[in-house]
Design a protein around this ligand. Structure first.
Ligand code: C2E
Ligand code: CA
Ligand code: CA
Ligand code: CA
Length: 278
């Protein structure tokens, strides 16, 4: 069947990487990954350069497969999407991230937020808003500490997008547009959506030193964000020089390896005092 062939093609790359993971194996194992506790949420700090403080953490999923070892989300999220497994998995990430943040707040850590990625399937899920509300109630996390990351590519249907984002906003959560600049968006589009933050895609940041056009793109995104009264964060900031260029363009929020890689909750608890001083 054609669809299956497409998938095999996708996974050719995989085997070339030396990982003999077949899509059917992944699909089957992923089905059990949740109940076998093989999924982990890691957290990557987001820093405000003005305050020199952590303002948030992005929650990112990891899969520790018993025989294939670490499988990165880039390799299984698309399968989870296709099979629908992303619905229970996404819900688990959301619950785990909210629970963990609530615990850190209760332990007296400052009130930073947690950002959770939504997949397109979740975004078009009928009861998404109720699910988010349920998880906030259940974990006791105040809604303003949860940020949901969506991408421009999910927003093909503008009516659905507006309806869903308005309803999420009504709950009190924050909305970020992930990978910003890589998809379709226009000023008028953004103006009508209840968005709080733009995340400048890593691809613009990575070439910021060599490619002057990327500096221009970033400056344009920043002016646009100011005009629309949105916050901006740059992702994938790896070097001091990238940070300095961003700072000079008044992009004062950064996330990336320069500050810290994503960490397990234990690692974060341990690293927190040091990170806060950076
Ligand atoms: P993303 O949402 O754009 O997440 C940022 C990715 O960049 C993460 O990769 C992160 O580890 C990586 N990263 C962070 N700082 C740097 C840096 O300085 N340099 C470079 N080169 N990379 C950096 P990760 O964790 O492998 O996730 C890949 C993608 O998988 C994510 O991209 C997101 O689209 C998806 N994903 C991850 N977790 C989830 C999840 O819980 N749900 C859904 N639906 N998607 C997820
Ligand atoms: Ca993201
Ligand atoms: Ca991103
Ligand atoms: Ca990305």
């Amino acid at each position: 069947e054609a669809k299956h062939q497409n998938r095999s093609f996708e996974f050719f790359q995989f085997e070339m990487d030396g990982k003999a993971l077949d899509n059917l194996v992944i699909e089957n194992d992923l089905y059990h990954a949740l109940e076998k506790n093989q999924l982990v949420v890691v957290f990557q700090p987001q820093i405000d350069l003005c305050k020199g403080e952590i303002i948030g953490l992005e929650a990112l999923i990891r899969w520790h497969h018993p025989t294939h070892g670490f499988v990165s989300p880039g390799k299984f999220i698309s399968i989870a999407e296709e099979t629908g497994l992303i619905i229970p998995i996404g819900e688990w990430v959301l619950r785990t991230a909210c629970q963990q943040l609530k615990q850190w707040h209760d332990q007296g850590l400052p009130p930073f937020r947690v950002a959770v990625n939504l997949s397109i399937r979740q975004f078009y899920q009928q009861d998404l808003v109720e699910k988010v509300k349920e998880i906030l109630d259940e974990t006791g996390l105040a809604p303003e500490y949860l940020e949901l990351e969506v991408t421009e590519s999910m927003m093909m249907n503008i009516d659905h997008t507006k309806k869903t984002l308005d309803a999420l906003k009504q709950l009190g959560v924050q909305i970020a547009i992930d990978d910003f600049g890589t998809g379709y968006s226009s000023l008028s589009y953004l103006k009508h959506l209840p968005v709080d933050r733009l995340k400048i895609d890593r691809s613009f940041v990575s070439d910021i030193v060599s490619e002057h056009s990327d500096v221009t793109i970033i400056s344009t995104i920043i002016s646009m964000a100011q005009f629309l009264n949105l916050e901006v964060i740059a992702e994938g900031v790896e070097t001091l020089i990238q940070k300095e260029i961003l700072e000079s363009r008044r992009c004062m929020q950064i996330q990336g390896y320069l500050t810290s890689p994503p960490m397990t909750s234990e690692q974060f608890s341990e690293q927190f005092p040091k990170l806060q001083q950076k």
